[in-house]
Design a protein around this ligand. Structure first.
Ligand code: GRF
Length: 203
């Protein structure tokens, strides 16, 4: 499957996907990376890895609809079949989201449905939970709310602050995202209505 990754910044999850996809046996190929910020550090890594990159930024378009139309054109040029959001810090329009329904996934660093939105690690620390983690889910219009494909959990340790907890969670994200994309690319999970439906392994 041809996959385009959307980023806004560091791009460490993008990098994990690119590295996983280097294995010829991996069922997805990262064919392009698009950022809404020209300064995103991830763009440099992608370019060095020989992957085509684009910057589609708000200031070049009159509104979100026009920006998403440009995104759609770039995706068509890449021949994208699936989209991975990886730290893409912008809300997509409802019509874009519905066009890619079931074919677009996101990673969020919390055990959803807990702690959606910004600062999920601090939200977890403030709530006093002893388990935290990350989730990959299908993208629906409501932020961080689509059907869950895969999750990884990790303990909150005494002395954790936002930085320490986010660093340990990020390491788990880098394993989880390639795993979740594999499930989707192999057709082992699909979105049906508001549920993720898994294909039962044949025995
Ligand atoms: C990650 O924690 C991701 O889960 C969240 O934003 C962060 C992006 O980091 N959505 P990176 O750009 O992948 O390094």
């Amino acid at each position: 499957k041809r996959v385009v990754v959307l980023i806004s910044g560091r791009g460490s999850n993008m990098r994990a996907l690119i590295e996983a996809a280097r294995d010829p046996a991996y069922p997805a190929e990262i064919v392009g990376v698009i950022s809404n910020r020209a300064s995103a550090a991830g763009l440099e890594f992608a370019a060095r890895a020989g992957i085509a990159t684009r910057v589609i930024t708000k200031s070049d378009y009159p509104d979100s609809t026009a920006q998403d139309a440009a995104l759609e054109r770039a995706l068509a040029e890449f021949g994208a079949e699936l989209i991975c959001l990886a730290g893409y810090m912008r809300l997509l329009t409802e019509s874009f989201v519905s066009r890619w329904s079931g074919r677009m996934i996101n990673i969020h660093p919390s055990l959803l449905p807990l702690f959606k939105g910004l600062h999920p690690h601090q939200q977890a620390l403030d709530a006093g939970v002893r388990l935290h983690g990350c989730s990959v889910h299908f993208v629906t219009f409501a932020m961080d709310s689509g059907p869950i494909i895969a999750q990884a959990a990790l303990p909150v340790l005494t002395g954790d602050d936002e930085d320490r907890l986010s660093a340990r969670t990020l390491a788990a994200e880098h394993k989880l995202y390639p795993h979740a994309l594999r499930l989707l690319a192999e057709g082992k999970v699909r979105m049906v209505g508001d549920r993720a439906v898994f294909r039962v392994a044949e025995t």
